[in-house]
Design a protein around this ligand. Structure first.
Ligand code: MRU
Length: 416
């Protein structure tokens, strides 16, 4: 499977459709993103998720809006167009706070269009004279930059897969039975295609070097059991699903077969501390205890050189309902029942979700926790650099200097 066959994002100039990941693996429904509000909502409600995919969907949402006829009157001059783009990106940035890719993309897009609006050219005498830049020029520049992000993501992920697979094969001291554990979903669904940590698994499988992959369930949103398991089954990679609480037991039983735990990242600080899906930190601790390499795989757009360590990462806290309920496929459809109106049923604790357009009941949510219990639902945790063996980017593998507990991401990413 490649990004071309399992696509989270379908884009062509003027139209953006995203695969509604809330409905996977039970239903494959693409949702059209036709406004800033729909793009913002798709990211916030996690119809689309995964750090690179969030950034790309935000960028392309605005790309679609910019060429809608109703937006044109607000883009007449270059200054108007830049202002509209900056305001729109500021709004899209409020959708989710932790993954830095969204902020990095917004910064690059805003900087790119600002520099276009200040275009200057030398006249024949060598002095500067301003070129007339129109709103349309600024829009064109934005489209070029946003569309390039979509293309570059797949290329970067393929390189991450290649470097990560090479690294694992280099450090692997075991037999042919090479197994890897991964967490959350970092595959085609979390990116423009191929994936990061799952891309490494894909690359190992492609080279016939992988004997087995394990994916964690990844509560509460179940990115592992719903999305990664879906990708692994689709790809026919031999794989087993475990709950998050089974990882240490698995490592204890199969220490000599587990070549690595490979995860993605939402934000990597300059010292290598890494924010990723909740549960990553405990996997890093158990990896260290069992002496198994713990590898972070992420594009350089996930690295935030502005923060020195993980303590400065804003961790998103999501609604309690994600912990107290489980979402599943439709089992009973009764559009006339009181529970079909989208409100809670006190007698059954089953919520039915109705698709607004078709009126069809698309999923049901079952309460799995005692009513009234307090809930803490941080979406991410921070794994200290000390517990990370290597950070794999599209530019290569970053390692720690001997005897040093931190990575120097700046030295690796910023050429002197
Ligand atoms: O809450 P999510 O599903 O957006 O979290 C996703 C993760 O934590 C991924 O590991 C990370 O974004 C990397 S995806 C290539």
């Amino acid at each position: 499977m490649t990004g071309a066959t399992l696509q989270a994002i379908r884009y062509q100039r003027g139209s953006l459709d995203i695969l509604d990941q809330l409905l996977l693996p039970h239903e494959t429904v693409y949702v059209s993103i036709t406004s800033l509000e729909l793009g913002h909502d798709a990211i916030k409600t996690m119809k689309v998720r995964g750090a690179p995919a969030i950034a790309i969907v935000a960028a392309l949402t605005l790309a679609v809006v910019l060429i809608q006829p109703s937006t044109q009157p607000r883009l007449q001059t270059a200054q108007e167009a830049v202002k509209f783009i900056e305001d729109s990106l500021d709004y899209l940035k409020t959708s989710r706070p932790t993954a830095v890719n969204l902020f990095d993309a917004a910064h690059k897009l805003a900087t790119g269009v600002r520099s276009t609006s200040r275009l200057e050219e030398k006249d024949q005498s060598g002095s500067n004279s301003h070129v007339t830049v129109t709103g349309q020029d600024v829009v064109n520049k934005y489209l070029e930059l946003a569309e390039r992000m979509l293309e570059e993501d797949v290329r970067d992920n393929t390189n991450i897969g290649k470097f990560g697979a090479e690294f694992i094969l280099k450090v692997w001291k075991g037999s042919d039975d090479l197994r890897v554990i991964t967490h959350c979903n970092t595959g085609s669904l979390a990116t423009a295609g191929y994936g990061t940590a799952l891309g490494i698994i894909r690359a190992l499988a492609g080279q016939q070097k992988l004997s087995h992959a394990y994916c964690t369930e990844t509560r509460p949103y179940n990115q592992g059991s719903r999305l990664t398991a879906y990708e692994l089954v689709y790809e026919k990679i031999p794989a087993t699903l475990i709950t998050d609480s089974m990882a240490s037991a698995l490592l204890a039983q199969h220490t000599d077969k587990i070549a690595a735990i490979v995860v993605g990242a939402d934000r990597v600080a300059a010292n290598g501390d890494t924010a990723n899906k909740i549960g990553t930190y405990q996997l890093a601790i158990t990896a260290r205890y069992h002496n198994v390499p713990f590898i972070v795989a992420a594009p350089s757009t996930s690295v935030d050189l502005n923060i020195s360590s993980g303590k400065d990462i804003h961790i998103e806290v999501r609604p309690p309902v994600e912990v107290t309920t489980l979402r599943g496929p439709v089992v009973v459809v009764d559009p006339n029942s009181s529970t079909s109106k989208g409100s809670s049923s006190s007698s059954t604790d089953v919520l039915l979700k109705q698709d607004e357009a078709s009126g069809k009941i698309v999923s049901e949510t079952v309460a799995v926790a005692a009513r009234g219990i307090n809930v803490w639902n941080p979406s991410f945790d921070v794994t200290p650099a000390e517990l990370i063996s290597a950070i794999v980017t599209e530019k290569g593998v970053v390692l720690k200097e001997d005897g040093v507990q931190q990575f120097d991401m700046k030295a690796f990413l910023v050429p002197m």
